[in-house]
Design a protein around this ligand. Structure first.
Ligand SMILES: Nc1ncnc2c1ncn2[C@@H]1O[C@H](COP(=O)(O)OP(=O)(O)OP(=O)(O)O)[C@@H](O)[C@H]1O
Length: 262
């Protein structure tokens, strides 16, 4: 039976509590022989708790693969992954499914709402399926934070794209997951609606203490994060603190597809 393995201590007290997810020496290869593609090449990162981390990089650099491996949606070829204090590499399917359900929230580019359910029913659906009772006080805070209090009885087709994505954000936040992963969460939205959703993601970090990891191509979206990790050719090539859209754009202009200064 696989058991929870604590994240190795860095020697400082409280180190475990500050890390929401960790990848250590992660390699992910697809295929074999001549068609073998190394999507992740010895990636080591810590995702700090209570931070908004963006993952950027050219197309094919390994962003989605890294997110999927961190979230336990894909297996690694070698290396180790932790969510909180639990090592997920090696966990059996059933345990992994439970860990994902109980500790991880997802926001995808497509909103993935059920059309026959209203907003609040969509928000609480994962908890209903898991047989968990919603904490009503928390749910009220979440709904207020994402600005949906007056739209809870509306079905998805009665909401704008931005409002639908806010329902998806609230759905991810409702169960108080350890970490939320977003794959281009504003990719289907116009810039105004995208800014609104990003503003609410930012608030959920600042006001609710949420940890968010977001894959994006958009320097404006990355500017909402606390930190941007840049991938190139399956490797982490840069780690930017306190990004702004301008700094990110400048960084993208100066580096070529392999992460080298051009
Ligand atoms: N299922 C798969 N089978 C084979 N190769 C794959 C598979 N998934 C991804 N890859 C390859 O792994 C590499 C990284 O892909 P990944 O989707 O992680 O990149 P990305 O940075 O998210 O790209 P994009 O920005 O275009 O979405 C690419 O070379 C891709 O072709």
């Amino acid at each position: 039976m696989a058991t929870a393995v604590p994240i190795p201590s860095t020697g400082r007290s409280g180190a475990v509590a500050t890390v929401a997810a960790r990848a250590e020496g992660v390699v992910k290869a697809y295929g074999a022989g001549e068609t073998r593609v190394v999507a992740l090449d010895r990636v080591t990162i810590d995702v700090r708790r209570g931070e908004f981390t963006a993952i950027m990089g050219p197309s094919g650099s390994g962003k989605s693969t890294l997110m999927h491996c961190l979230a336990g949606l894909d297996t690694v070829s070698s290396g180790r992954i932790w969510i909180g204090s639990t090592e997920i590499t090696g966990l059996k399917d059933k345990k992994l499914t439970k860990l994902r359900r109980d500790h991880i929230g997802f926001i995808f580019q497509a909103f993935n709402l059920l059309p026959t359910l209203n907003a609040i029913e969509n928000i609480t659906l994962p908890m209903d399926i898991a047989g968990r009772k919603a904490d009503t006080e928390w749910l009220d805070r979440v709904v207020t934070t994402v600005g949906l209090a007056d739209r809870l009885k509306h079905r998805p087709n009665q909401l704008s794209g931005g409002q639908q994505q806010r329902v998806a954000v609230a759905r991810a936040l409702a169960a108080r997951p350890e970490i939320i992963f977003g794959d281009e969460p504003t990719g289907n939205l116009d810039s105004r609606a995208g800014a609104e959703v990003l503003g609410f993601l930012r608030r959920s970090v600042d006001e609710l203490g949420q940890t968010i990891v977001m894959v994006t191509h958009d320097p404006v979206a990355a500017g909402y994060a606390d930190r941007v990790l840049y991938l190139a050719d399956g490797r982490v090539v840069d780690d930017m603190a306190e990004p702004t859209a301008e700094l990110v754009l400048d960084r993208m202009r100066r580096f070529d597809a392999r992460g080298r200064v051009s």
